[in-house]
Design a protein around this ligand. Structure first.
Ligand code: ADP
Length: 153
C-alpha cells in the first residue's frame, strides 16, 4: 500500500511549526501532500499564490512532498488524491479539543481516512500563523518564526 498523507492548512504563512510537523512525518509516509485551503469565508493576509510558492520553495529538496490547492471538504480532496491519512499538528489543549471534533467527524464521514497527530516540539509550540501575521502587520521581526524562504516584499 502506498502511504499518502495530506496535510491541510491555510499556511498563511507557513511557520517553523508546520515545517517541524512535516519533517517529522516524512519517514512515515511515501508521499505528503501539502493541501492549501481556499475557504471563501476566511480572510487571508497572503494570496494563495504566495502561500503555495513559499511551501514549494521550503520543501523543494523533498521529492516526497507535493503542494496542491483545494477548496471544499478536506475529506473529498483527500479521496481525489488517494490519500489514506490526514496529518495535523497539536500545540496545546485547545488544538486538541478542536482537532478531536474535526477528526471524529471526518472519520464518521470517511472511515477509510485516519488522522495522524504530531505533538509540536516544545520550542515551537507558541508559534502560530496568526501570531506571525500580527508581527508582520506591526513591522516586527518575524524571521525567527518562519523558514528562510518566507520573505515578504
Ligand atoms: P488551519 O487554518 O487549518 O488551522 P494552519 O495553517 O493554521 O491551518 O494549521 C495547519 C496545521 O498545522 C494544524 O494542524 C495546526 O495545528 C498545525 N500547526 C500550526 N502551527 C503549529 C506549530 N507551531 N506546531 C505544530 N503544529 C502547528
Amino acid at each position: 500500500m502506498v502511504k499518502t498523507a495530506i496535510f491541510p492548512g491555510s499556511f498563511d504563512p507557513i511557520t517553523l511549526g508546520h515545517v517541524n510537523i512535516v519533517e517529522r512525518a516524512l519517514p512515515l509516509f511515501d508521499k505528503i501532500i501539502l493541501a492549501v485551503g481556499l475557504n471563501a469565508d476566511k480572510k487571508y493576509l497572503f494570496p494563495l499564490s504566495k502561500r503555495v510558492q513559499w511551501l514549494e520553495n521550503t520543501f523543494e529538496k523533498y521529492p516526497k512532498i507535493e503542494v496542491l490547492k483545494y477548496d471544499g471538504l478536506t475529506i473529498e480532496f483527500a479521496k481525489e488524491c488517494n490519500a489514506n491519512f490526514l496529518l495535523r499538528g497539536l500545540r496545546n489543549p485547545a488544538d486538541f479539543e478542536f482537532e478531536k471534533a474535526i477528526a471524529q467527524a471526518n472519520r464518521e464521514l470517511e472511515p477509510q481516512l485516519d488522522t495522524v497527530f504530531f505533538l509540536t516540539s516544545a520550542k515551537l509550540s507558541f508559534i502560530s500563523s496568526s501570531l506571525v501575521r500580527d508581527v508582520i502587520i506591526n513591522n516586527g521581526d518575524y524571521s525567527k518564526f518562519v523558514p528562510e524562504e518566507v520573505r515578504i516584499k
